[in-house]
Design a protein around this ligand. Structure first.
Ligand SMILES: *Cc1c(COP(=O)(O)O)cnc(C)c1O
Length: 365
């Protein structure tokens, strides 16, 4: 008997290329889109190692844990790195980036995370892109947590390396990812003697053996299940409409923020709503109220809810409501608010679930 996952017909080069083209359309980009056969950390690391080296001066914007990782990779490549760290309750501004260029005019590479699911903030990429362009630097963007939840427009914003993964707002697979690459970025890689070649991390290998070769023969066996899942996920977004998918995320975020604000013991972690990411909402617990314990109580009542405590040092004070992908619905938001209200009440802080649901429902209509 044939198995639906195992006994698949081989994936043709044309089919693979068509999935790349659909991802490019999703990003409204005319840049080359390279699909990478692994979780998004693969192109995130590959793009840094390809474009940066000992001669590179990089501005690394840190608005959450991923920015820290990028700084480590950049240093490991031999780049000189200037970190611009902003508190996790806010976003970086274009003015801060401009000031960094004024202080270090030799900056030639800027790494930035668009939205951070881990800290709940989102950064103004369009404005930052303008500043980066004025200075002729390359802009590298982690859009894994923003794609599908808010606009991601590499061409309009001047992003040279834009990495996406399907596992967050796109509601797709985690084992495959993509990066759009500008001409300038390809030139930079080609001129970098340290760019990985004949390596799993190499983007230049894909350019040479796949893109420039006319996409007629795949250099490796494709990750077929993941490619089919990616295709299905893009098809589902196309069918619903990207704008509708993004509106669902924006409504879920606004409703979660309003609902949680009505609960004594919780408040939005990101101070300004404009800095809050549509992909996930982070909440700060009142002093003395442990976020991990609160989340454990809420999940004990309903383990399927997309709730988590913050990672690492944030575990005690941050609750994350991961209302993305299929969870970007009013029902999920209301269920999360009810569960958090019940958990607060159990923790000795009587919370008004009905008030939270009303505040949220006003924004879901
Ligand atoms: C989720 C996410 C990734 C992907 O990493 P995982 O830890 O494997 O999920 C990369 N960057 C950002 C900003 C993310 O939110």
């Amino acid at each position: 008997m044939t198995h639906p996952f195992l006994d698949l017909a081989p994936m043709s080069a044309a089919h693979f290329a068509s999935i790349e083209d659909r991802v490019a359309r999703l990003l409204s980009t005319r840049q080359d889109v390279v699909i990478t056969q692994g979780e998004a950390l693969l192109p995130l690391e590959g793009a840094i190692r390809s474009a940066a080296g000992p001669g590179t001066t990089a501005l690394n914007v840190v608005t959450g844990p991923y920015g820290r990782t990028f700084g480590d990779w950049l240093r490991d490549c031999g780049a000189t790195v200037h970190d611009l760290a902003v508190p996790f309750h806010t976003a970086v501004t274009a003015e801060q980036v401009r000031a960094a260029f004024a202080e270090h005019p030799e900056i030639g590479f800027v790494s930035l995370v668009h939205a951070e699911a881990a800290t709940g903030n989102t950064n103004p990429v369009a404005e930052i892109g303008e500043v980066v362009r004025e200075h002729g630097a390359l802009l590298y963007l982690d859009a894994v947590a923003s794609v599908g939840a808010e606009p991601v427009l590499p061409d309009a914003w001047g992003v040279d390396l834009c990495v996406i993964g399907a596992q967050k707002a796109m509601g797709g697979p985690a084992g495959v990812s993509a990066v759009s690459v500008s001409r300038r970025a390809w030139d930079r890689m080609a001129a970098n003697p340290h760019a990985p070649r004949r390596s799993y991390l190499s983007l230049l290998d894909w350019k040479e053996r796949w893109t420039d070769a006319g996409r007629r023969a795949l250099p490796h066996a494709p990750a077929q299940l993941e490619m089919l899942a990616l295709e299905a996920c893009v098809a589902r977004i196309e069918a619903e409409g990207l704008d509708t998918v993004m509106s669902r995320h924006a409504a879920a975020a606004a409703a979660t923020r309003a609902g949680a604000s009505a609960l004594d013991g919780l408040e939005p972690y990101v101070y300004e709503a404009a800095d809050a990411a549509p992909v996930a909402t982070t909440l700060r617990t009142a002093p003395g109220l442990d976020a991990s314990e609160l989340v454990a109580r809420a999940l004990a009542a309903d383990p399927a809810l997309p709730l988590a405590a913050g990672g690492g040092a944030l575990a005690g004070e941050m609750v994350r409501v991961n209302h993305y992908g299929p969870a970007a619905t009013g029902d999920t938001v209301l269920a999360c608010l009810s569960a958090l209200a019940a958990a607060l009440t159990e923790s000795g802080r009587p919370a008004d679930a009905a008030a939270a649901r009303r505040a949220a429902a006003d924004l879901l209509a």
